[in-house]
Design a protein around this ligand. Structure first.
Ligand code: NOJ
Length: 455
């Protein structure tokens, strides 16, 4: 009852959520810096990532925690404005060396670095020049990509271009709940999507061209995953159809809006008819760029969808069962989603699956004995992983599982209220405490998942 040989067990974080040092060593501001500093920021308690987990100053301490947990991989993102402060011009050598040192420390401890190039912290200067609306961003992002690849690819194999375009475009420019907190027209949002897709494909080519080690390249989307009501053929087909329907939950948030162009070289069924002239086509050459082949299907999966409202408010409430268990931020708990999504994504896009994020926010605190007894996270993750294992049993190729998150951190619009970590962080002292789940995860990893099946 174990996972495939060489299965990658990891944890994840992202630059803005953990690093802090928002204006140190030449880093330029990102839209998250600017908009969380705004007097009208809607983020809970007016919090921001200025200090966050202070990870920028704690490479050794944090990698030591990863070692204690026995993880095989650490997925982290690179802050574009730390490397190129205005996003376009000169490189900031200090910013680049921070990531180089982090990679060295990981490698020295046999932990695979997994790099996400863009986890939402758009350089403010790029935004001022039109951001994702300006097609010049494709070249600016490409230059940044090449800079990072040239600096790190002698040691880094795993590359992800974009984290959740559904969220940074959908929540940032479509429903206004993330920086820069805008509600824009479909026409604009479609143009931004085109530029994201082209920037993605261009970056994939650049990674392949300049990487010193043969790279494994992907992106890390999210999207609505729908569960079948029962296991009849009809119910499974219905769930599959809804998982890929391009507009049931809002096109910008869907799986197919982003993944069909990349993997199937076409817009999702129905999109052209629905948008008409508002959806300009790519040229043949652009389609080639967008659909540049990837090596695996990365996906961030937390819960299954039940209704359209679920996703738009980002905190789905259980609509079916009164009193159903919820995480601390009201997300429903649907372990089967890891089985069905792995199956559906593999069938449609035909690449090995890597869960690039999964986890839960719970009400964790340091207890009288100095420990964090997060039994609910252990239960949650055991159930999800057992379902994921079901996909392995059906010979769906699974590359790995990356738990969100390594440590508690800045949860975007929810500020520091939501604790997703396997490691507890006291934001006043920066003291890290491994939660019970961190030790539990260590045993899961050491047994390659066998311990999940012992009661
Ligand atoms: C999605 C994002 O990639 C990550 O930044 C966020 O903290 C988690 N999922 C939890 O919401």
């Amino acid at each position: 009852m174990s996972f495939p040989k060489n299965f990658i067990w990891g944890v994840a974080g992202a630059a803005y959520q953990v690093e802090g040092a928002w204006n140190e060593d030449g880093k330029g501001p990102s839209i998250w810096d600017t908009y969380t500093h705004s007097r009208r920021s809607p983020v809970h308690h007016h919090e921001n990532g200025d200090v966050a987990c202070d990870s920028y100053h704690r490479i050794k301490e944090d990698v030591a925690l990863l070692v204690e947990m026995g993880v095989k991989a650490y997925r982290f993102s690179i802050s574009w404005p730390r490397v190129i402060p205005d996003g376009i011009g000169d490189v900031n050598p200090k910013g680049l060396s921070f990531y180089s040192e982090l990679v060295d420390e990981l490698i020295a401890n046999n932990i695979e670095p997994m790099v996400t190039l863009y986890h939402w912290d758009l350089p403010q200067h790029v935004f001022d020049k039109g951001g994702w609306l300006n097609s010049d961003i494709i070249g600016w992002f490409d230059k940044y990509t090449r800079t990072v690849v040239e600096a790190l690819s002698d040691r880094v194999t795993y590359w992800m271009t974009f984290n959740e375009p559904q969220c940074f475009i959908g929540l940032g420019y479509y429903n206004g709940s993330h920086a820069p907190f805008l509600n824009m027209s479909d026409r604009d949002v479609i143009l931004m999507s085109h530029n994201v897709l082209l920037a993605h494909g261009t970056a994939v080519r650049t990674i392949r061209k300049y990487a010193k080690k043969t790279p494994m390249v992907a992106f890390a989307p999210t999207g609505p995953s729908v569960l079948p009501k029962d296991e009849s053929e009809e119910a499974i087909e219905e769930a599959r159809r809804k998982t890929f329907e391009f507009n049931d939950f809002g096109y910008i948030l869907s799986n197919s809006w982003w993944a069909d162009p990349i993997f199937l070289r076409k817009f999702p069924d129905g999109a052209k008819e629905f948008f008409g002239d508002d959806l300009p086509d790519f040229t043949e050459e652009e389609w080639d760029i967008v659909s540049t082949p990837l090596d695996f299907y990365g996906c961030n999966i937390y819960f299954s969808m039940k209704s359209k409202e679920d996703f738009l408010i980002t905190a789905p409430k259980p609509l079916e069962k009164t009193g159903e268990g919820l995480t601390a931020i009201d997300w429903i708990i649907t372990p089967e989603v890891l089985y069905w999504s792995a199956k559906f994504f593999y069938e449609r896009y035909k690449l090995p699956i890597m869960i690039t994020e999964n986890g839960c926010a719970m009400c964790d605190w340091v207890m009288l004995d100095g420990k964090v007894h997060d039994a609910q996270r252990i239960d949650f993750t055991t159930k999800y992983l057992r379902e994921y294992h079901r996909a392995a049993e059906e010979n769906i190729p699974l590359l790995g599982y990356i738990h969100w998150s390594f440590m508690d951190n800045f949860e975007w619009g929810l500020g520091y209220d939501a604790r997703f970590g396997l490691v507890h962080v006291d934001y006043y002292t920066q003291k890290r405490t491994l939660k019970d789940s961190a030790y539990w995860y260590r045993d899961v990893i050491a047994s390659n998942g066998e311990s999940l099946f012992k009661d």
